[in-house]
Design a protein around this ligand. Structure first.
Ligand code: ADP
Length: 379
C-alpha cells in the first residue's frame, strides 16, 4: 500500500471519518528510511492532534512503514474548509439520511430552515415543571444509556437557567468551527452543544430566552452532528421560549417530562406537559426521578413520597416509562464529569437508565419530519 493510501484510511478522532474522506492528507514523501507527511487540520480549534498523531503512527507501523516519521500539521485554508463543510452537510443528504433533499425543512418565523440532522434522527426533549428535579442528570444519563445500547447520540443543552450538561459529560473544550459550520465537541462518543457557549454567563435570564430562539435556529442549521440516531435536548424548566422554539424548529420532537414522586411536584410538571401539548409537541412519557433510596439494609426508602409520577402520567395521558432511584454515585459523577464512566459498573441506577433507553428505543417515532408541518400561529 502506498503511503498516501495508508494515511487516507486513518480514521480521524474528531469526525469519525477517514483522512481521505476529509481531504486532510496534503503532501507525502517516502524514502526507504523516511516518511514525510503533512496533514491539514480541518477548522479552527481542532483539539485532537495528539490522538490523531498516535492513530497515524499506529497505522504506519501496521503497514510496515518503518524508519523516521516526520509529521507536519497545519490548518486547512479557507477554500478547503468551505469545500469540506459543504461535503459534510451534503454527505448526510446523499446517503439518504435527510429528507426533502436537504435536512429538515421547517417553516420557522423567518421562513423554512433546513437542519443538518439526519431525517432518521429522533429528537427527545427532556422537560420539567421546575428546576432541581434532576432533568439535566436524566438528560445526560439517558444519552449515555442510549449510547451504551449502540446508538449514536448527541445532546443539546438548552437550559437557560444553568448550562450543566458539558460539565456532567466531562467536556472541557469549546466547539470547533469549520467555515460556517459549528462542530459540537464530544466525550465518549456523545457530541454536545451547549447554548452556554454562546450566551454570556452574566447575561440576565430574561435576555437569554429571546436570544436563544435565534441561537437555536443557528445551531440547528449551522451545526454538524454527524449521523446521529438521537438528539437529546435538555430544555429549561417551565413553559417558556425554548419550548416554543423547539416546537417551531423541531416539531417532531418527543417530549418526556421529569418529575419527582411528591404530588406537589407533579402539579408543576403538569403545566410544562400541557404547554408542550398546546404547541403540538407530543408528550411521550413521564420519568420519575429520585423515586427511592436503597439503604445499606437493602430496603427501599421513599424519601420524597410516592406515586407522583403515576399521577402525572394519568393526568396528561402519557405512560410512566421509568423510575430512577436516588444515588449518591450519580450526584458525584455529575459533579465530577464522569457520568459515562459510571455506566461501566453494575448499579440499580444504571439499570434504571438502560431500561429507560430500551423503552424509548422500542417506541415508534411519532411524526416524520415534513415541510408540510405548520408552525402554531403561522398561516
Ligand atoms: P435540574 O436539571 O432539574 O435542575 P439537576 O440534574 O441539575 O436538576 O439535578 C439537581 C441536583 O440533584 C444535582 O446535584 C444532581 O446531581 C442531583 N440529582 C439528580 N438526580 C439524582 C438522583 N437520582 N440521585 C441523586 N442525586 C440526583
Amino acid at each position: 500500500m502506498t503511503l498516501q493510501d495508508v494515511l487516507a484510511q486513518v480514521v480521524d478522532p474528531e469526525f469519525d471519518l477517514t483522512l481521505g474522506e476529509l481531504g486532510m492528507v496534503d503532501r507525502v514523501e517516502e524514502t526507504p528510511s523516511q516518511v514525510l507527511a503533512s496533514i491539514l487540520l480541518p477548522g479552527l480549534g481542532y483539539q485532537r492532534v495528539d490522538e490523531l498523531r498516535v492513530r497515524i503512527l499506529d497505522s504506519l507501523e501496521t503497514a510496515g512503514k518503518t524508519g523516521t516519521v516526520d509529521l507536519e500539521f497545519s490548518p486547512m485554508d479557507e477554500v478547503r474548509q468551505l469545500e469540506l463543510s459543504l461535503k459534510l452537510t451534503g454527505a448526510l443528504q446523499r446517503n439518504g439520511h435527510s429528507d426533502n433533499g436537504g435536512g429538515h425543512d421547517h417553516p420557522g418565523s423567518g421562513g423554512p430552515i433546513s437542519t443538518n440532522l439526519p431525517a432518521s434522527c429522533r429528537v427527545l426533549g427532556i422537560s420539567s415543571g421546575k428546576g432541581g428535579v434532576g432533568k439535566s442528570s436524566v438528560t445526560v444519563n439517558l444519552a449515555v444509556a442510549l449510547a451504551k445500547r449502540g446508538k449514536t447520540v448527541a445532546v443539546l443543552d438548552a437550559d437557560v437557567y444553568g448550562f450543566s450538561v458539558p460539565g456532567m459529560l466531562g467536556i472541557t473544550q469549546p466547539p470547533m468551527a469549520l467555515d460556517r459550520l459549528v462542530i459540537p465537541p464530544k466525550s465518549q462518543g456523545i457530541r454536545c452543544l451547549s447554548m452556554g457557549y454562546f450566551v454570556a454567563e452574566d447575561q440576565p435570564v430574561i435576555w437569554r430566552g429571546p436570544m436563544l430562539h435565534k441561537a437555536l435556529e443557528q445551531f440547528l442549521t449551522d451545526s454538524w452532528w454527524g449521523p446521529v440516531d438521537f438528539l437529546v435536548v435538555d430544555m429549561p424548566p417551565g413553559t417558556g421560549d425554548v419550548t416554543l422554539s423547539l416546537a417551531q424548529y423541531l416539531p417532531e420532537a418527543e417530549i418526556f417530562v421529569v418529575t419527582t414522586p411528591q404530588p406537589a411536584a407533579q402539579r408543576v410538571a403538569q403545566r410544562s406537559a400541557f404547554a408542550s401539548k398546546k404547541l403540538k409537541l407530543t408528550v411521550r412519557g413521564v420519568i420519575e426521578n429520585m423515586s427511592w433510596f436503597r439503604g445499606d439494609d437493602s430496603k427501599r426508602y421513599e424519601i420524597f413520597g410516592s406515586g407522583g409520577g403515576q399521577v402525572l402520567a394519568d393526568t396528561i395521558s402519557a405512560p410512566l416509562i421509568g423510575q430512577i432511584p436516588i444515588s449518591v454515585d450519580l450526584r458525584e459523577a455529575g459533579d465530577n464529569g464522569t457520568m459515562a464512566d459510571r455506566f461501566d459498573q453494575v448499579s440499580e441506577v444504571r439499570d434504571a437508565f438502560l431500561g429507560l433507553a430500551d423503552k424509548i428505543i422500542t417506541m415508534r417515532p411519532t411524526k416524520r419530519r415534513s415541510s408540510e408541518l405548520k408552525v402554531v400561529g403561522s398561516s
